[in-house]
Design a protein around this ligand. Structure first.
Ligand SMILES: *Cc1c(COP(=O)(O)O)cnc(C)c1O
Length: 380
């Protein structure tokens, strides 16, 4: 009999999600008009400790709105890490602006403040740290750099709901932030996103852009360009059910990370993403560098695990090496940490309902795969 399949991610709908969705269906309030959108927005703003939350249909839309409300336009430059999900860069491109890719730090793999300072030009209009895999970026240093020059920080908090830095939750540390509610994120609505900000004017502008630029006081009168980035009441119903259980989700993911830590402690060749010295990591994904391997070896590890019915994934590829972004920003070859971590990194199964026994199976298979690859490899 073949072993049980362990996916890399899986939602846990353990709260009122079903009840709230049924309420939408039973009352026919399934569009973006409906109580769950505003109820979710209030609860999310309160959770993040921020003045305003604007729910959207995707996290990418929330990122795009964040840049739109800051007035990012063609010719502007936006600094971001190369080692992130491509949506961070796509949002910059939607505005016609130039993404300037910089390197990551050792350990946390987050945006490297020194590299940011070096990349600033007279055209820099925003700095976009990403709280990668749930680990808060070095916001103190980034804020010092940004504030000195009056450049706003846009947090890509898509992977990091609940993460903390310097006593504040992410989403309330930069001028504006974006979260994702995609199916594999810490809390989900299937597809969805949220923009957060303490600035009432920016929140109002985000609501305008979200709804076709329509004057909220005069229906079908459009005062600016806009998009349809609205979230449905159905999705917001799921999101609210998830958010009500956020502490359970965060505790479950912390337990997952601790189990991985315990079974990997004796293996110096498998180096997990480091924990922040200050702040709180929320473990969207437990990811590791497989030290001493090259990219082909890493891909082979993923294959061997797949044959054992364990799903893993490569880390993100550095965006500056992808066809649509080559030649932009800092250019290839200059971002050594992002390049190495991307080539040797692996993302391990991480979700709230993963058990200690399943984690033990993942790690036993991973260690066996590494031994097998070492023997397959021609001597060098
Ligand atoms: C998931 C993610 C996004 C985009 O979110 P979607 O909801 O999938 O559009 C943006 N940035 C990062 C870093 C992400 O992980």
């Amino acid at each position: 009999m073949s072993e049980e399949f362990i996916p890399v991610a899986q939602p846990a709908l353990v709260g009122n999600e079903r009840k709230y969705v049924l309420e939408c269906v039973d009352t026919t309030w399934i569009s973006s008009n409906g109580r769950f959108v505003t109820d979710f927005e209030s609860a999310f703003a309160e959770f993040c400790g921020v003045g305003h939350a604007v729910a959207c249909n995707t996290g990418t839309a929330a990122l795009h709105l964040a840049l739109c409300v800051l007035g990012i336009k063609p010719g502007d430059e936006v600094i971001l890490p190369s080692l992130t999900f491509v949506a961070t860069a796509h949002a910059v491109t939607y505005c016609g602006a130039v993404p300037v890719f910089v390197d990551s730090q050792e350990g946390s793999w987050n945006l490297r403040p020194k590299a940011v300072a070096q990349a600033i030009t007279s055209r820099t209009r925003a700095i976009m740290p990403v709280h990668l895999f749930g680990c808060p970026a070095d916001m103190a240093e980034l804020r010092t750099i940004a504030e000195k020059r009056g450049i706003p920080i846009v947090e890509d908090a898509a992977e990091a709901v609940g993460a903390e830095y310097g006593g504040r939750r992410v989403g309330g540390i930069g001028r504006v932030a974006a979260f994702s509610l995609f199916g594999n994120k810490i809390i989900t609505s299937g597809e969805g996103g949220v923009l957060t900000t303490d600035d009432a004017g920016l929140a109002q502008a985000a609501r305008l852009f979200r709804n076709q630029g329509m004057d909220p006081k005069r229906r079908y009168w459009h005062t600016s360009l806009g998009f349809n980035y609205r979230i449905t009441n159905l999705a917001a119903a799921v999101a609210l059910g998830q958010l009500e259980k956020i502490e359970w989700h965060l505790a479950a993911r912390l337990a997952v990370r601790r189990w991985y830590d315990a079974v990997l402690a004796d293996d110096p060749a498998i180096k997990l993403q480091s924990l922040p010295s200050t702040g709180r990591h929320v473990h969207w994904m437990v990811a590791a560098e497989l030290l001493g391997l090259n990219e082909a070896d890493r891909d082979r590890v993923i294959e061997v695990l797949r044959d054992e019915r364990i799903e893993t994934r490569p880390l993100f590829y550095p965006i500056h090496t992808m066809p649509s972004y080559q030649g932009t920003g800092s250019g290839p070859g200059l971002l050594p940490v992002a390049t190495r971590v991307a080539a040797t990194g692996i993302v391990l199964p991480t979700y709230a309902t993963l058990t200690e026994a399943q984690i033990r199976r993942v790690v036993i298979s991973l260690k066996a795969a590494l031994r097998r690859i070492a023997t397959e490899r021609p001597a060098r």
